[in-house]
Design a protein around this ligand. Structure first.
Ligand code: ADP
Ligand code: MG
Length: 437
């Protein structure tokens, strides 16, 4: 037994002896293993809600099974959707596992990102000194998370005892809401206010949420005043985050801001070549150049094409030809230009209000829930070509309700500029989250 899949299958087998088939399929059917680290199993599921249930109800059963299988104890880390995480390293000087991912070593530097890269390097060498906070911004798929994680990696190597915290803007919100609900705000504060390195990914998700911004402001200050380093990424600069609290904007702009632009052709070729080599794929220069000339705005897509070519070769035993390259490009870019799907719209709208998609589909009538429901309906009308009937169905409503929601939002947008801003922010979140391959 060695591959992650094998381990996962054995684990599922063992769970099937402890859980009912319904529980197993409800909570684990879309769960995938991501990595088995020395002391931790990383898995991925689709929604915050499933994560919550798995961690509350099933984590201890999973741990028991793992300890039966391996005779040692494991933690469980549950990721949601595309969420990233900071890998635990195996031993201090052991080689990093292949594709360990987000390090400076495998970040290709070109004109478009050299400033952000140099700033990140400087911060990793001298945390808490000159560039605090470091605020990295740019469109989706251009390497912000990569640089953020690389800083974490390097600082962890140089100072293994430093307490490093990586969190996404929306998870900060969710955790805070949960802490308030469970009366654990003191623990929540202690957890974040005392870190040595605070890595906050996609901060744009906290804009507009008053209580979260307030808490974040205090967290920020206490880390900053202790002389510890803060690194933040965002899909836009602070001045374009219209619902950002002014105090936070001032703080963010008070450090170093570095933007990342889409890479030029030469850099795209270097990235494609580097990814291919690391995947053991030898591509002729003309193919590299062809790919780099077709995929211009997003490194994640560039990487997606190379991964697909590797898969074609392995699965289909295919020679890499122009035709297979075109197919890979099609596959990857189709995702990017696709009309957003309703799930994505519902998820991003719920997230904006710190709710789950299930909340929007349910019957709760609290103000936020009702508002989020209206907005999700409005956005489905704007962004998809679903009929009113189908839009209603997505949220367990009929077409009259859907129509009322749309009118309501349209009215609000006419009379209230804040609604316009909210709609624009959520739309941008939807398009960045679905624009990734
Ligand atoms: P963002 O956070 O800006 O959306 P990511 O950091 O997740 O983007 O980058 C998307 C993918 O592209 C990642 O797999 C990352 O490793 C890769 N990538 C981005 N920029 C570079 C680069 N300059 N060199 C190598 N890989 C890169
Ligand atoms: Mg990112």
């Amino acid at each position: 037994m060695n591959s992650l899949e094998d381990i996962w299958n054995v684990l599922m087998q063992s769970l099937s002896e402890k859980l009912t088939p319904t529980a197993l399929s409800t909570w684990f059917s879309d769960c995938r293993p991501v990595e088995l680290e020395e002391y931790r199993l990383v898995i991925r599921t689709s929604t915050q809600f499933k994560k919550k249930i798995i961690s509350e109800r099933f984590a201890s059963i999973i741990k028991d099974s793992l300890s039966e299988l391996f005779s040692s104890d494991f933690e469980i880390l549950i990721l949601v959707g595309e969420e990233d995480y900071l890998k635990e390293e195996v031993g201090d000087d052991g080689p990093l596992p292949e594709m360990a991912g987000y390090t400076f070593d495998n970040f290709i530097v070109g004109n478009s990102n050299k400033f952000a890269h140099a700033a990140a390097k400087a911060v990793a060498e001298n945390p808490g000194k000159n560039y605090n906070p470091l605020f990295i911004f740019g469109n989706s798929g251009l390497g912000k998370t990569h640089l953020l994680m690389a800083i974490g990696h390097d600082i962890h190597e140089s100072y293994p005892k430093k307490n490093i915290s990586y969190i996404k803007g929306d998870d900060f919100t969710n955790e805070m809401v949960k802490a308030i609900r469970e009366g654990k705000t003191l623990e929540f504060r202690a957890k974040y206010r005392n870190v040595d390195l605070f890595l906050v990914d996609d901060i744009q998700f906290i804009a507009g949420k008053q209580s979260t911004q307030e808490e974040f402001f205090h967290t920020f200050n206490s880390i900053y005043e202790a002389g510890n380093q803060i690194v933040i990424t965002s899909d836009r600069p602070p001045k374009e985050m219209s619902l950002l609290d002014d105090r936070l904007r001032t703080r963010f702009e008070g450090g170093l801001m570095a933007d990342i632009a889409p890479p030029d052709l030469e850099t795209r070729m270097a990235i494609a070549r580097n990814k291919a080599t690391r995947l053991g794929l030898l591509l002729p220069d003309e193919i590299i150049e062809y790919i780099a000339s077709k995929i211009t705005a997003n490194v994640r897509q560039l990487e997606g094409v190379i991964k697909r070519l590797t898969a074609y070769r392995e699965i289909l035993n295919d020679e890499i030809t122009r035709a297979s390259v075109d197919r890979a490009i099609d596959d990857v870019t189709r995702n990017g230009t696709d009309i957003p799907n309703p799930d994505n719209i519902i998820r991003e709208t719920a997230k904006y209000y710190s709710l789950t998609p299930e909340d929007l589909k349910g019957n709760n009538r609290s103000r936020d829930t009702a508002m989020a429901r209206h907005i999700a309906i409005y956005l489905m009308r704007q962004l998809t070509n679903l009929s009113l009937n189908d839009i209603g169905k997505e949220l367990g409503r009929n077409h009259t309700t859907a129509l009322n929601s749309i009118r309501r939002i349209e009215d609000m947008m006419r009379n209230d500029s804040e609604m316009t801003v909210i709609i624009r922010d959520i739309t941008s979140n939807i398009t960045t989250s679905s624009g990734t391959a």
